[in-house]
Design a protein around this ligand. Sequence first.
Ligand code: HEM
Ligand SMILES: *[C@@H]1O[C@H](CO)[C@@H](O)[C@H](O)[C@H]1NC(C)=O
Ligand SMILES: *[C@@H]1O[C@H](CO)[C@@H](O)[C@H](O)[C@H]1NC(C)=O
Ligand SMILES: *[C@@H]1O[C@H](CO)[C@@H](O)[C@H](O)[C@H]1NC(C)=O
Length: 500
Amino acid sequence: MDGLMKFVILVPCSFFLVALIKFLYDYLWIPLRIQHILNSQGIKGPPYKFIYGNNDEATQMTKEALSKPMALTHDIFPRVQPHIYSCINRYGRNFLYWDGVRPELMISEPELIKEEAYIFINKLLGNGLVTVEGEKQRKLANNIFHGETLKEMRLAIIASVETMLKKWKGQVGKEIEVFHEFKLLTTEVISRTAFGSSYLEGEKIFEMLNKLSIVLSRNLSNTGIPLFVKLQKPSDMLEAEELAKGIQDSVSKIVKTREDKVVKGEADNFGIDFLGLLINAYHDTDENNKLSLEDLVDECKTFYFAGQDTVNSLLAWMVLLLASHGDWQEKARREVMEIFGNQYPNSEGLSKLKIMTMIINETLRLYGPSNGLPRTEAREVQLGKLVLPANIDILSLNIGLHRDPHLWGDDVHLFKPQRFAEGIAKATNYTAAAFFHFGLGPRSCVGMTLATIETKIALSMILQRYTITISPAYVHSPIPILTIRPRHGIQIILEPLHSC
Ligand code: HEM
Ligand SMILES: *[C@@H]1O[C@H](CO)[C@@H](O)[C@H](O)[C@H]1NC(C)=O
Ligand SMILES: *[C@@H]1O[C@H](CO)[C@@H](O)[C@H](O)[C@H]1NC(C)=O
Ligand SMILES: *[C@@H]1O[C@H](CO)[C@@H](O)[C@H](O)[C@H]1NC(C)=O
């Protein structure tokens, strides 16, 4: 009896003790050890706080910064990433930050960033193209931005822009909110690119993905003990699960439709669009190349997240910048008219647009969609002079670099596309790796060509028809939601050109 009692008490007690020790080891010992290792190499940062790390402070600071009104200036770093901004000022260009219990080494020194780009393998959103295993998928993605497919894409973009402009015809002289307009445009373009003829179904999938990203971003700063999160099961999590299931079902349906067509002999392949390539890989008999259905859904997710929001923001901010800098709007228009006249943009002309490219680069510098490139390395690695413990996240802060007056000069916060007139090297005071909105090294953006031609075509076709001014209703409030978005949209007014 006595022995049984002891057993009944001791067993749970020792389980509890083991769990407690494991918990303290993970949430206290490891973080403090990593902090010590980095501090001793000269990397400082805000001290680790038990379980929550530095996220509470960051959330608080962001909330406060965003609550203040701002004038139409481009000095937005202290507003959209106030914690990072203040850490750089306080601890230097490279510092250690705690995302809950996860250590993040933030780097904004060009030399380190350059090294990092070639050591680390990237993990961005989902398990899609951006993971270590993503090599075969990356090849797939690279395959679609070539030759015939690229030509098809140009025509699809022109058709999509044309649809948007038809709608705008009735709105001349009235207010138009372009962030929303470009959301419809970029969704259609990315959907046509990814899903080809099935693009209408694709758009529905993207609608669900968009909702999912909003739900997830609400949850981003929500660090806590995993156990409690499970117990609470907040409504957000339920919604996210439902959306994820809806997305999976819809993708399966499109895949099934295409498979049926091939089985019935109505088609002899699964399609030459991105999805077609993915379905081929899904049917691959070679295990090394085979994708699972889950992989396939992940690829679609990555493609959408990487390709829609980014171009959406770029186009919207570019229109704002041109609306508020009439001289550059006029220069860009003159170039477009010289190269295309009133014709549709052709591929040869697109590559000749120099002023437009300078404006794109300057817009990406000031309002680029990515704040930093995240990497995780499972092993201990050497980065420059630093020896980093395993499992540390590394974030190359392009937002820090792109706003560094030592590189760009005292006019760093001004919109001055002419800084790119003699190339990037000159603009960055000859610092390699000081400008990398499309990423660096082997993992850089596979969609750069698409992003560039999409932006050039849309802007050219708008400038051929209208002059753009800002509506008095516009309130400048950039806010970080995955990319940097205009919180209240971007309201503009169009006037037809005299020559039309
Ligand atoms: C203005 C537009 C865009 C910007 C600024 C941009 C920027 C980036 C950046 C910074 C990365 C991460 C690179 C790294 O971690 O080293 C990336 C990756 C990626 N981007 Fe883009 N991107 C844009 C548009 C697009 C478009 C239109 C697509 C697709 C249609 C796309 C597809 C991808 C993919 C698939 C990856 C992951 C590549 C890999 O690591 O395998 N992006 N992009
Ligand atoms: C919310 O965050 C917690 C903790 O970071 C995570 O475990 C959970 O999966 C997240 N919920 C959703 C819907 O992503
Ligand atoms: C703009 O940036 C891209 C790469 O990000 C570069 O290839 C191009 O030369 C730049 N163009 C100008 C005019 O700065
Ligand atoms: C450019 O770099 C040089 C040497 O690194 C430095 O002396 C100069 O001040 C920099 N120029 C600007 C505009 O910051």
